[in-house]
Write a protein that binds this ligand. Structure first.
Ligand SMILES: Cc1cc2nc3c(=O)[nH]c(=O)nc-3n(C[C@H](O)[C@H](O)[C@H](O)COP(=O)(O)OP(=O)(O)OC[C@H]3O[C@@H](n4cnc5c(N)ncnc54)[C@H](O)[C@@H]3O)c2cc1C
Length: 274
């Protein structure tokens, strides 16, 4: 095993399999022992030759020694990764970042889009006695993925996987945060975990924290270096790459930028449009 390698050196990996999750989301599988063993919340910096290097959460696979990236095509970089074919190479450095503190008992996981990637890895750490609810938020039916995977990972647990779609074309109609509000008003949770769009995480953290539940979020901010140098990913005093990506709810709610402002590519603060 290559577990002692310097994680700041990019390793070139060959893409072995490409899985279409939706029309805009793909999972790219590669062999790498280090990446196959990362903790939920940790990420890699992924170099797409000739295009860019971008942060990506590390996806689980069902094969030992393999890992994956699940990418949604947005702009030039994620589209470049989305278009990588079997047999092509990418560079990977990391893993970077901390991870979720996993509680035991009744757990609520809330994921939106590719924010589900760390949630799926977190599911591989739950114990058989945990009672787990997974909330998957999507805009519409065509954008739902990982529902079957979540059910499979939890087949030995008491569990439920609830999908919400904004347009009601699948599962429960409405925003996933409305479902969070409903659930936290009726149940006690020992741990609430979230990753996805920041507004979704902000509302989830607010709802869970208002009930006194332990809650953590994994932040996805603009990130260029991944190692705490460039400052692109700062949220107030915190650098997401160095101090996170996972932060406690209480800490986040005391940060005036979380859920309200983000930094654009020039590092300038802009308002989230809520
Ligand atoms: C820790 C972490 C884990 C991530 N994991 C995943 C994942 O598993 N799957 C996935 O599809 N995406 C993930 N992302 C987001 C991904 O890195 C960005 O979507 C990608 O960099 C966008 O680049 P682009 O050129 O395609 O988009 P652009 O056209 O440049 O931007 C589209 C949007 O993506 C966001 N973005 C742009 N550049 C970055 C950047 N360097 N870092 C973060 N966000 C950016 C901005 O909100 C922007 O509005 C993660 C980001 C972070 C910080």
């Amino acid at each position: 095993m290559d577990l002692q390698r310097n994680h700041n050196y990019p390793k070139v990996c060959l893409i072995e399999k490409v899985i279409n999750e939706t029309h805009t989301v793909r999972t790219l599988v590669f062999s790498d022992e280090v990446m196959s063993n990362v903790l939920p919340g940790q990420f890699a910096m992924v170099w797409i030759p000739g295009i860019n290097e971008i942060p990506m959460s590390v996806m689980i696979t069902n094969e030992s020694g393999k890992a994956a990236f699940t990418v949604r095509k947005h702009g030039p970089s994620s589209t470049g990764l989305f278009n990588v074919k079997v047999g092509q190479q990418i560079g990977i450095r990391g893993p970077y970042g901390n991870s979720f503190d996993l509680k035991q008992g009744k757990l609520l996981l809330v994921g939106g889009g590719t924010g589900l990637v760390p949630m799926m890895r977190l599911l591989t750490f739950v114990t058989p006695d945990d009672d787990v609810t997974v909330l998957i938020g999507a805009k519409s039916k065509e954008e739902v993925f990982f529902e079957d995977l979540a059910n499979n990972l939890l087949k030995k647990n008491k569990h439920q996987v609830i999908v919400t779609t904004d347009d009601g074309s699948y599962g429960e109609k409405g925003f996933v945060t409305d479902m969070v509000e409903k659930l936290v008003n009726h149940h006690h949770y020992d741990g609430v975990y979230t990753c996805g769009p920041e507004i979704m995480m902000f509302k989830t953290v607010q709802s869970a924290y208002s009930k006194g539940f332990f809650v953590q979020a994994s932040l996805e901010r603009m990130m260029k270096c991944g190692v705490g140098l460039c400052g692109s990913c700062c949220v107030g005093e915190d650098l997401v790459c160095r101090d996170g990506t996972v932060f406690d709810g209480e800490h986040l709610l005391s940060n005036k930028e979380f859920g309200h402002y983000y930094r654009n590519k020039a590092g300038i603060l802009e308002n989230y449009k809520i």
